[in-house]
Design a protein around this ligand. Sequence first.
Ligand SMILES: Cc1cc2nc3c(=O)[nH]c(=O)nc-3n(C[C@H](O)[C@H](O)[C@H](O)COP(=O)(O)OP(=O)(O)OC[C@H]3O[C@@H](n4cnc5c(N)ncnc54)[C@H](O)[C@@H]3O)c2cc1C
Length: 495
Amino acid sequence: MIFFFHTNTGDNMSLWERKVNKEQPLLLTKEKEVDVLIIGAGMTGLTTAYYLRKHPSICVVESGKIGHGVTLNTTAKVTYLQERIYTKINSATNEKKAIEYLKSQRQAISNLKKIIEEEKIDCDFKRTPSYVFANTEKEIEPLKAEYHFLKEQNTPIKEATLPEKITTYASYSVDDTYTFHPLKYLEGLYQILKKCKVPIYENSKITKIEEQEGKYLCYSNHTIIKAHRVILACHYPFFLVPFLLPLKSSIEKSYIIVSRVEKDGGYSCISSASPTYSCRFYHDRKKNYQISLSESHNTAFQQDDDKHFNRVKDIFGLKEENIVEEYTNVDVLTPDHMPYIGKLKHNMYIGVGYNTWGMTNSILAGKILSDMIEYKQNEFASLFYPWRRNFVQYAKLPYYLFGQTKSFMGAKLKKKKDWYPHTLTFKRVDGKSLGIYIDDQENKHIVYNICPHLGCSLLFNEREKTWDCPCHSSRFTLDGECIKGPSTKDIKYKG
Ligand SMILES: Cc1cc2nc3c(=O)[nH]c(=O)nc-3n(C[C@H](O)[C@H](O)[C@H](O)COP(=O)(O)OP(=O)(O)OC[C@H]3O[C@@H](n4cnc5c(N)ncnc54)[C@H](O)[C@@H]3O)c2cc1C
């Protein structure tokens, strides 16, 4: 296994990106029939497959490479100290649910630890204290409420001074939490699944699912898989109906900078309110890295990556010469701060909406979904039931609708303003909207600049030279290849 770091060349590759000396990816070219099909090989998909590894008929399909979805750009803190999530869940639902959520997160940590220890997965899983801190004076009292909640639930939370130069107004810590290397963990699961003969087909994107005679016909870009039961572990479902996820969630984008530091700080931290500041450390081959994150925002409302990256540098006092990587990442936020895990419809299941706490919630999803497949009870199944209803969901509906409309229209309006670089022009040909980018070598890159998922206008990301959907975070290369869902189609111009 060879790990490599890119200097900051604008490639925007994750710290966890690596070359692995493994065999060629498995490709699915022939029709196949299975009992359980898992779509997506990130934390959710592979953890679910791990729990189902003894099942006689199961396979995993992945549109790209294992772990190269949202998991690739995560900061991988494994903690139950999640900003002020318990007081937020309490206000959105009730105290009982906040207590249950806490229990679920602690159980997820111990489940992950168990998998790693029992299977001897070498993934730098390390006990690392977590801190949460108030980054404004106004946050002191709300954070105190979170502290009292966690104290009453017998967690080892204590008042503690954050060993970081940023200004804090109050801070607390727990020490029974962890950090790890998520791609090494997935590599470990991949090896176990291989031994158990659970096939994982890479470069196999599912583009459509149809129901036929009690089975699902799942169309990949190469063939059809017939499955009795389907698990959507693809971060965001690529279809709208039946679940209507865009009306039950928003998408948050964050800016991450990896920089070299002298010492491994040996802790992770996060602020308790917006703007989120968060960091952790990583040690590799005698070098220490700090992974800093900030400037999280709803994708519907802003798009100025340079400004956000500069803010991260200011907040953490990062020096240009120490910076190794810069990249962005997105996750799905839900109105009651808890994920949607469980049955979507007959024989179809989902794990989504982790509110940026997917290291624990994907482990829970793996356990809950595999228990459902094996007809076992799971104590958290009702807490995360995807079809649950509560007042916050209705209260947030106008916000979601406004966000969707704004990003749907906003991108269209921006085209008219002097917002884009001079290298970019827009045209209408045969009633279709085209985006034309002219690169440094004067080559033209022409794409349809409407997202095939739900028709939002795409924004050009000047920094990473991609077309990004502000509504549901699909992404496309300069020449229109879809590199991130929920879109399953390219936007290549066929003129
Ligand atoms: C900035 C940031 C920092 C974070 N830091 C933390 C943290 O410190 N701790 C924490 O607990 N959580 C953190 N999270 C959250 C966590 O990273 C995610 O919730 C988690 O990685 C999601 O895993 P997943 O397997 O559900 O999704 P993914 O990793 O995206 O996996 C889904 C897979 O499905 C594939 N796929 C998609 N569509 C299809 C299709 N049609 N056919 C086939 N395959 C498909 C994708 O290619 C992908 O590989 C963070 C999130 C963000 C945005």
